[in-house]
Design a protein around this ligand. Structure first.
Ligand code: UT7
Length: 350
């Protein structure tokens, strides 16, 4: 007994923004971005749209793919690090948008590692009898922390030059700005009598490393929690130690994967798919090499979406499901690391 994924969906806003488009607002190039990260394009939420809007669209597609009536959903679990509001969380907003007004809606905040914590939580909800049919959503609207204001120039709607000050500001955050993109992925997770569901999970959090990636402004350590100076001080833009996060990912993830496999007396060859978070193509290539995973067993889509944080694994799973690649009965390993720092691996029998 356990759970199975009976329907998936994803949604990304607007037209893709290419690497060359980013070069209009900061000093970068398609060559640098593609070589260092594998990213070629990403999508950004328009002004006025939030994670809940993207999540709602993805959820509708997942519900349709599952062939269920939405009234069958008895729990909503949503992950985002870019919520519509500081509170309430975006799970409530998605539930509201879908007209799910009689079910609990839970937000989890594990950033890029959210899907793993999500699987553990959903496994528990189903095992305890608290839920039978869960709507799981990962959704992100990172556009709001991007270090430029000239969206018209970025989107090619204006051919004016940005000011040297604006370009300087964007340059200060360019390693961060090239990585992230917006989107949402969703799935319907249902209790099953089949031999399917979570078969092992190893999760870790290192709070000492919380400041390797965090947003310094807009939290309740200050009175008021938002100060006028925060815009000039760039306090809404995340601070990221990219090199250190890279090191973390390429050491912790292969180690955790090996430990989980050993614990379950499994070998790399016993795993059908390695579904890895897409933070940087080079991180995944390192993990693949360290574990000896064949290239075709670790699919990537970072070239088209960038890092969509909590939405990444749900989007990847939807794409692979719709392409007919993920099949019932397979044993898959999920791997992810994100701000917190949270990281881990999960074994899921599909
Ligand atoms: O899931 C979220 C967690 N985040 C991550 O996992 C991020 C992991 N880290 C990374 O993916 C990489 O560290 C980055 C892609 C973010 C950056 O790559 P890097 O190879 O670590 O570059 P760097 O930040 O060390 O910068 C190297 C050089 C610097 O120039 P100098 O000082 O050597 O002259 C940067 O100023 O590259 C420059 N640079 C850029 N050049 C053009 C940084 N960003 C850019 C850019 N375009 N966008």
């Amino acid at each position: 007994m356990g759970f199975e994924i009976i329907g998936t969906g994803h949604y990304v806003p607007g037209k893709p923004i290419k690497n060359d488009d980013l070069a209009r607002v900061m000093d970068t190039s398609d060559e640098w971005i593609a070589k260092r990260s594998g990213i070629r394009q990403r999508h950004f939420c328009p002004e006025g749209q939030g994670a809940s809007d993207l999540g709602t669209e993805a959820a509708k597609k997942a519900i349709e793919a599952a062939g269920i009536d939405k009234s069958e959903i008895d729990y909503v679990v949503l992950c985002t690090m870019t919520p519509d509001y500081i509170f309430p969380g975006s799970a409530a907003l998605v539930a509201g948008n879908l007209g799910l007004d009689k079910v609990p809606a839970l937000d989890i905040r594990q950033q890029c590692a959210a899907m793993l914590f999500g699987f553990q939580i959903m496994d528990g909800l189903i095992a305890s009898g608290a839920a039978k049919t869960i709507l799981f959503v990962g959704a992100e609207a990172h556009a709001g922390f991007m270090p430029w204001m000239d969206w018209d120039v970025l989107e090619g709607k204006s051919d004016r030059q940005v000011t040297p000050e604006a370009r300087e500001k964007a340059n200060r955050h360019r390693a961060l700005a090239i990585l992230f993109g917006d989107g949402a992925g969703a799935m319907i997770v249902r209790k099953t009598d089949r031999d399917a569901g979570l078969r092992g999970v190893k999760l870790f959090t290192d709070g000492d490393a919380a400041k390797l990636l965090y947003v310094p402004g807009g939290g309740f350590r200050t009175r008021p929690y938002w100060k006028e100076s925060y815009f000039d001080e760039e306090m809404y833009i995340p601070r990221m130690d990219g090199a250190e996060l890279f090191r973390f990912a390429v050491t912790k993830l292969p180690k955790t994967a090996r430990e989980l496999l050993a614990e379950k007396e499994l070998k790399v060859a016993d795993i059908d798919w390695f579904l890895a978070h897409q933070a940087n193509q080079r991180i995944n290539e390192f993990i693949r090499d360290k574990l000896g995973v064949p290239e075709e067993k670790m699919p990537m889509n970072i070239d088209r979406f960038g890092n969509t944080s909590a939405a990444t694994l749900p989007i990847l799973i939807d794409e692979l499901t719709r392409a007919g690649k993920l099949k019932k009965g397979e044993l898959n390993m999920l791997l992810a690391l994100g701000a917190g720092i949270h990281w881990g691996c999960a074994l899921v029998r599909w």
